[in-house]
Write a protein of this length. Structure first.
Length: 211
């Protein structure tokens, strides 16, 4: 189980270098997001393995105490049988004692190894967690740099167009507005022409009557 962290770490390093070295990536941030999701999934799997190791330690601890208790019980019984000069019972109790004693030693050793493995796994898991957090931070930094690069690209494009055609856009807009104003003025003139003529006719009639 210890080697699983090494394999994951090497896989993460190799994948990241491959990702950053690939110049043909159309959207490296999206690819990096996908990669980080995979890293988080791997971290979750390792966490579950670590939890299983803790449960295994608890089982070893329970087995160790049970074997010790049985061994102590059989040794006490063997001493009682010996004091009572019951050789057969004494021999049976001693055989049981030896078996429980050996089991306790074996389980105790396995428990110690499990504790050491847990310490190593926890250390590497924390290292892995820090690496992933660093990569999340690096992703945000890259996103910021990408945003600035894209913004500069857009602005440079606009400034280039303005440099090549400094007034063409504005000239076209001014011409459009001028044509629109002419159309509006003409429409207004036509709409008020009849009214103006009627007013003039009425004025002339009034003047003629007064004469």
């Amino acid at each position: 189980m210890t080697n699983i962290f090494t394999r994951i770490k090497e896989s993460i390093s190799a994948d990241l270098h491959q990702l950053l070295d690939d110049k043909e990536q159309k959207n490296p941030i999206t690819a990096l997001n996908h990669y980080l999701r995979q890293a988080e999934q791997q971290k979750l799997k390792v966490k579950k393995l670590l939890e299983r190791q803790y449960k295994l330690k608890e089982k070893f601890t329970t087995e160790f105490h049970q074997a010790q208790d049985h061994a102590n019980k059989r040794l006490k019984q063997a001493n009682i049988a010996k004091a009572a000069e019951e050789q057969e019972l004494h021999d049976f109790a001693m055989r049981e004692y030896e078996e429980y004693h050996l089991r306790a030693e074996r389980v105790g050793q396995a428990r110690e190894e499990t504790v050491e493995q847990i310490d190593q796994l926890e250390s590497k898991y924390k290292e892995m967690d820090h690496k992933i957090k660093d990569m999340h931070l690096k992703r945000m930094e890259l996103m910021g740099r990408e945003n600035v690069a894209r913004a500069n690209e857009q602005m440079n494009h606009i400034l280039k167009d303005s440099a090549d055609h400094p007034f063409s856009k504005f000239s076209e807009l001014e011409q459009f507005i001028e044509n629109l104003e002419n159309k509006v003025n003409q429409a207004y003139y036509h709409s008020t022409f009849d009214h103006k003529i009627a007013q003039l006719e009425k004025k002339l009639q009034t003047e003629n009557k007064s004469m």
